[in-house]
Design a protein around this ligand. Structure first.
Ligand SMILES: [Zn+2]
Length: 76
């Protein structure tokens, strides 16, 4: 699999996923992703994207200013 943007090589990495909502900013640390070594574009597989959505849906109701969570702790 190569980058859709620039056809560069993708590397398996852990990234910080940041969601900027009106009430709160949610930062999910250590999310497994494929990252393009050329342009930095990030790709998540279906399962990871689903997990991210679940985490965000739960946390956005807390409405603290900034919420930082660890991906592995939330998914395990
Ligand atoms: Zn790229």
């Amino acid at each position: 699999m190569n980058c859709f943007m620039c056809k560069g090589n993708l590397e398996e990495k852990e990234v910080n996923y940041i969601v900027d909502l009106e009430q709160t900013i949610i930062i999910i640390k250590g999310v497994p992703a494929k990252v393009c070594s050329q342009c930095g574009e990030q790709y998540f597989d279906d399962e990871t994207a689903e997990n991210i959505e679940k985490i965000v849906n739960k946390l956005k109701e807390l409405a603290t200013e900034v919420t930082i969570v660890n991906y592995k702790e939330k998914v395990a």
